[in-house]
Design a protein around this ligand. Sequence first.
Ligand code: PMP
Length: 418
Amino acid sequence: AHAAYAAARPRSAEIHARARELLPGGNTRSVLFYTPFPTAMVRGEGCRLWDADGHEYLDLLGEYTAGLFGHSEQRILDAVRGALERGINLASVGEAEARLAGLIVGRFPSIELVRFTNSGTEANLMALAAARGFTGRVKTMVMRGGYHGGVLTFASERNPVNVPIPLAFTDYNDPEAAMRDILAEGEELAAVLVEPMLGSGGCIPASREFLQALRDATRQTGAVLIFDEVMTSRHGRGGLQERLGVIPDMTTLGKYMAGGMSFGAFGGRADIMSVFDGHRPGTLPHAGTFNNNVWSMAAGCVAMGEIFDSPTAEALFARGEALRTALNAACAGVPMQFTGHGSMLNVHFRRGPITGPYAATEAENKLRELFFFDMLGMGIYLARRGMAALSLPVTEADCARYVAAVEEFAAARQPLLA
Ligand code: PMP
């Protein structure tokens, strides 16, 4: 698969070779690295992409959920251009900041007050700072296999050297263990940080019971329960929390909300968020040159105020559910399945329910790699790990094309899947 892939992409190979001399691994986003070298995209329109060698793709990756509006939504482009015409960042507060805050506070049941950041990573770090400031405690509990940004990645139990905070771990989707582990930490815990669906971990939804156990246990110990909805907030007007009916103390957001411009936000209960209120004594600092940059604020107002309304969110969710059902029907006979919620889905090469992170076998890893390269060969762009995140321009016909490609894969790779 590598030989055919490389032969068709001499320009991408060249771009990678040059970049490698200057950037370790050839880029600055680990998630975009794969061997022999990543395909370099040079242009996007709607949900179509073109690479440096002139191949066209159906973009089902949707910039890892940040590309919800596609590559050329006119209202987003107009908002960004309009903002820049009034001057590049003004070192000032602006009206758009409070307008966007209003659009978010009105939607998410857990968010009474909100602040902006440049990324989901920062949003999580600041939410943890808020929880620590509010509780006067330091430790945070996270899930084995959870992901909350480049410095908060817990794919391995080894406490990564770049995590700047004391941690405790528990297992995803095990309500009894979570309850026990949180109660055992007692008043040590400042916060419990959880994705209501593991995103990077393979689009594995949390059960309502699990999230409710976290809710009940944190209520008992006084730890701040934080839902990382950086990815999952797209699953409904008020995010996955509203859909599942479990409401955390704080929520972190990011990705698509500024129309694809850099973005992050964290918010929650007014008493917790007030640790940042400059009108009060003993305020915690939260600065950041680009936190309220004019293009993200302007694009965010249009994205959340004019485009991604409740019916649009529901229609996208339904399209994703229908796609997942069709994909799972297409591979019913083989050890292969698609997990997720709504418009986010990930392929797995095993049978039976998947309720948490697992150690993939060598055979599974090979199939996952083959799947990625086979799909690229058929003109379908996914995450290397097999994730798709539908964007609004993706049509039913585009979904049907993915289902047909998966059928072809299952037939062509039958011997390996047996
Ligand atoms: N939390 C989750 C659940 C994410 O999926 C991501 C990004 N993939 C982040 C946080 C970090 O966001 P960012 O890449 O904007 O820092």
